[in-house]
Each structure stands twice: as structure tokens, then as C-alpha cells.
Design a protein around this ligand. Structure first.
Ligand code: AMP
Ligand code: MG
Length: 502
């Protein structure tokens, strides 16, 4: 089948295109058309064969119901058992617009259109082209999003063409879908109206006109629900080809985390995609950065998201990191789609994987090198880079002789050591600093720009120990031996803790 691309605008050709598309629908064919949410793949809602064709073209499981698009209230009356008062109030306030209502259906709607359900999803779109198509075809138009099942919904006619050319009769090209995310779905068959899919009509907006509205728990969860209410909620959705991960946390940490991933991936020859807010876009050191919009402009982000996910499909990135868009209103809708696209894969940048450990002592020639070398001897998998540093290193002193002796007695040799002053250059986003004493920790926090409460700790208190690491400086060999034992015990606990936190 050849798929016609029909441009629609106010010209006589545009008029003809609409008439042609209406003809196709009336005859049981399929036309993709723009709406204010995303492009829909339309067929005559009352014709079971049209609905079957929609499922086939999309490769959509047939238990995932379609939304019926209408142009006036009498069409609503025609297909439902009754129109409850809440539905009238919602229609008065939000129709035409991006709100879909679930109501009890009557016999006029075939089960093929509702995925076998006794309920039907109905929306009156505001987009002029969509409305004209419904009116001119003299049909109600059943339409899911016009993408291949599982891919991001189309926001441009070119997206539709890429997914469905050869499988449908025509695409009406009316430019970019303004909102860019699918409609809000509200179930009016439950006791309390319940949002099944968040969208541009937010919970708050709904509650202002009909009172209490619930949100289906599966939407709020950060993982996939076992038994979602709407059949369509079960499927992995909106997914780009590359593996997508959402990075949560404080903005500067998110950037630092993604940058560390980019660096690592570069070394492995893997290309990384990044979905960034405009505020952060130029903070990334590499990777293929796509700007989704200003963090303050949630509507802009919603508008751009799917296009960006699809653009990555045309690049050679194999992993994508996205900043997180947690929040209320439209942000909730964006986050819901992003979570599904990521298969619920979310990491927290506030808990960055630690790669470098710095032990900090006073002179940097006794306790800190002792700690570093014991740690290395205990860390079998060599997971960390370990440094020993001092806070008062006047000159590159050699290893303290008693430290050397105690270590040697325990089978640990240190080669070519000289004490080194801690420097801000030692500290990066994946560094954790352990000071030998509380007073040293305070000095690190005061004296180093890159040290903070999140990356600088007193060694013994970090592992829950009550005693500080004894300072053997100037003491006898026995005291150095005691220091060794305390460190070994403390560091064994530390390694366990760090492994758990990974
Ligand atoms: P789409 O616009 O492509 O995401 O598809 C329409 C979506 O509307 C489906 O995936 C369902 O989640 C939802 N839906 C449609 N009809 C019903 C219904 N009767 N009950 C619950 N959800 C529905
Ligand atoms: Mg869809």
C-alpha cells in the first residue's frame, strides 16, 4: 500500500486534502492526523474492521483500547450508557481539549474498538484539522497514537511516515503537535474519578471543577505496576532504541554524574546521548547533548521530549542519560513518559559511585599512608583508587620509620613514598575523603573548596566506631602497632559499607 502524504493548510489544496482524508475514513481506511496532543492513527470507530486494521498497522496488542475522537456532545450521547454529571462538567471546562474520559459504553461501539472492554475512552480534540476530519467524515474516529507500538508517540507527520508508511492509507501533515504529550485520561466509572494517565490537564485543574480526584497508584510509582487499571499502561512505551537512564538529584551533581559516565563511555568507545535542560546544556563535557527546554518551561519540555527521543534513534548513541523532571502538573506527565521510556531505570546522582578514596592525616607520613596501604591490601577487587594525604606537609617527608616497620611486620611494603599535601585537585565528584580525626575533618572542610559535608568524613564515625584513630606520632612502636590494629578493623568495616552502598 502506498501511503499518501496530504498537506493541510487553509489553501484550496488543503481543503481537498481534508475531503480526501474524510473519504478514506468513511470507506474503512486509515488516516493519521494531527491533534493538539500527538498525531493519531484514525479509523471509523463504529467499524470493527477499521479498528482491527489500526491494531495491525501499529503492531499493537488488541487488548489495548483506542480513544474515540468526537466533535460534539451528541456524538458522546450516542456511544455511552449515560452521561454522568461529572462528565458534563468536565466537558464544559476542558472540551475541546487534551482530556480523555472513560465512561460505560453502549452497543454502538464495537468491542474491537475498546479492546474488549465495557468502557470506552472519549475525547473531543481542539485541533482544527482533527475536528474538521471528524465532521467531514461524518464518523467518530477511533485513534491511538500514530506510532509503531512501543515507540515514542509522533509529534510530527514525518515521525508517522517513518513508522507507518506502507501500512496506512494517508498522513495529514498539519505541522507539529502543539502539546506533544498524549491526553490526560480520567476514569469516570470508579467511585472517585481517577487519573489513569497524566497529561496537560493536571490533577489540580480537574479538582478545581469536580472536587476530589485520585491518581492511579501505578503512575506515582517509580517501578512498573503489576496490575495497572488501563490495559495500555502495562506495556513498555515511548522507548528510544538506546538504553535510557534518568539521573535524579541536585542539579550540579546530576551534571557531574552524567559527565563521569560520558568520560567512562568515551574510554570504552561508547557514544552517549544526554537530554539536558537549557540551563545545564553547556555544562556537559562531551556526549551528544540535546536541549529539551528551560527547566522553568514545563510546556516546552513536554513539547520537545518525544521529538528528542526520536532524534536519538537517528544517531549512533547506545546509551542516553536524561536529567529528571520530577514535579507537579505537566512535569508529572513528562516524568511519567520518561520513566516508561527508561523502563523505570533511575539512578541517584546524590549517591555517586565512589571511585577515589583519600585518607587524610596531619603530616601525611604515618597514619594516612598506613590507612591507604592497609585498605589496598584488604580491597581484593581493587575497586578504588586510594590516596594518602597530609594537611601540614612542609616538605616531601619519607614514610615514618615506625609506620614502615609495623607495615612490614604485617607483610605490607610501600615503595617510593613521600608525604603529599592534600590539594583541591585531588578531589572530584566521585571522591570520598576520610580524615583520621574530627579536628582534621573540620580543617579539610574549612580549607578546601571542593570538600563538603557529603564527601568528607571522619573515618571512625563513618563506620560507626566510637574511638578515633589513635595518633601514634612521637610514640613508641607499640603505639604504631595499636594504630595498625584499629585501622585494620575500621577499614574492614569501611570496605563492607562501601560495597553495600554501591
Ligand atoms: P494511546 O493514545 O495510543 O496511548 O492509546 C489510548 C490509551 O487510552 C490506551 O493505551 C489506554 O491506556 C487508554 N484507554 C483507552 N480506552 C480505555 C478504557 N476503556 N479504559 C481504560 N483505559 C483506556
Ligand atoms: Mg500510544
Amino acid at each position: 500500500m502506498e501511503t499518501l502524504v496530504l498537506k493541510v493548510d487553509k489553501s484550496p489544496q488543503g481543503e481537498k486534502a481534508l475531503d480526501k482524508a474524510a473519504e478514506i475514513i468513511k470507506d474503512g481506511g486509515l488516516v493519521a492526523f494531527p491533534t493538539e496532543t500527538v498525531y493519531g492513527l484514525g479509523g471509523d470507530a463504529k467499524n470493527p474492521r477499521s479498528s482491527k486494521r489500526i491494531y495491525k498497522a501499529k503492531g499493537r496488542p488488541s487488548d489495548n483500547p483506542l480513544i474515540v475522537h468526537i466533535a460534539n456532545m451528541s456524538q458522546l450521547e450516542e456511544i455511552v450508557e449515560e452521561v454522568p454529571e461529572v462528565a458534563r462538567i468536565l466537558a464544559d471546562n476542558f472540551w475541546p481539549g487534551p482530556l480523555t474520559m472513560i465512561l460505560k459504553k453502549n452497543k454502538v461501539v464495537p468491542k474491537q474498538t475498546t479492546g474488549g472492554l465495557d468502557t470506552v475512552a472519549i475525547r473531543m480534540p481542539s485541533d482544527e484539522i482533527a475536528r474538521e476530519l471528524i465532521i467531514r467524515s461524518d464518523c467518530m474516529i477511533a485513534a491511538p497514537s500514530a506510532n509503531v507500538s512501543g515507540k515514542p508517540s509522533p509529534t510530527l507527520a514525518s515521525h508517522v511516515y517513518k513508522d507507518l508508511s506502507g501500512k496506512i492509507d494517508a498522513v495529514l501533515d498539519g505541522g507539529a503537535a502543539i502539546i506533544g504529550l498524549e491526553s490526560t485520561i480520567i476514569d469516570l466509572t470508579s467511585d472517585i474519578p481517577t487519573i489513569l494517565r497524566p497529561g496537560a490537564i493536571t490533577k489540580n485543574m480537574l479538582e478545581q471543577v469536580i472536587g476530589r480526584v485520585d491518581i492511579d497508584p501505578s503512575i506515582l510509582e517509580k517501578k512498573e505496576a503489576d496490575k495497572p487499571k488501563a490495559p495500555g499502561m502495562r506495556y513498555k512505551h515511548y522507548a528510544p532504541k538506546a538504553e535510557l537512564t534518568i539521573v535524579e538529584g541536585n542539579s550540579s551533581k546530576v551534571v557531574a554524574y552524567i559527565n563521569s559516565q560520558v568520560r567512562e563511555n568515551d574510554n570504552k568507545g561508547i557514544n552517549t546521548g544526554i537530554i539536558a535542560t537549557s540551563e545545564n546544556a553547556n555544562k556537559y563535557i562531551g556526549g551528544n547533548v540535546k536541549e529539551v527546554g528551560s527547566a522553568a518551561d514545563e510546556e516546552g519540555i513536554a513539547h520537545n521530549l518525544y521529538n528528542i527521543l526520536r532524534e536519538f534513534d537517528d544517531t549512533d548513541v547506545s546509551v542516553i542519560y536524561s536529567e529528571s523532571f520530577d514535579g507537579d502538573g505537566i512535569r508529572a506527565a513528562v516524568m511519567n513518559r520518561l520513566l516508561k521510556a527508561a523502563g523505570y531505570k533511575v539512578v541517584s546522582a546524590d549517591r555517586v559511585a565512589i571511585k577515589r578514596i583519600i585518607f587524610v592525616g596531619k603530616n601525611g607520613s604515618s597514619r594516612s599512608p598506613m590507612a591507604a596501604s592497609i585498605f589496598e591490601s584488604l580491597d581484593e577487587d581493587k575497586d578504588y583508587e586510594v590516596l594518602a594525604r597530609g594537611l601540614l606537609v612542609q616538605f616531601p617527608e619519607p614514610l615514618n620509620p615506625k609506620t614502615e616497620a609495623v607495615l612490614a611486620g604485617n607483610g605490607i611494603e610501600i615503595e617510593e613514598f613521600s608525604a603529599t599535601q592534600l590539594s583541591d585537585d585531588d578531589i572530584n565528584s566521585s571522591t570520598i575523603i576520610f580524615a583520621m580525626e574530627e579536628t582534621l575533618r573540620s580543617k579539610v572542610l574549612e580549607g578546601y573548596e571542593k570538600a563538603n559535608e557529603d564527601n568528607t568524613f571522619t573515618l571512625s564515625s563513618y563506620v560507626g566506631g566510637e574511638l578515633e584513630i589513635p595518633n601514634p606520632y612521637g610514640g613508641d612502636l607499640q603505639l604504631y602497632g595499636l594504630c595498625y590494629e584499629v585501622l585494620k578493623d575500621t577499614l574492614t568495616k569501611l570496605i563492607d559499607l562501601l560495597k553495600q552502598e554501591r
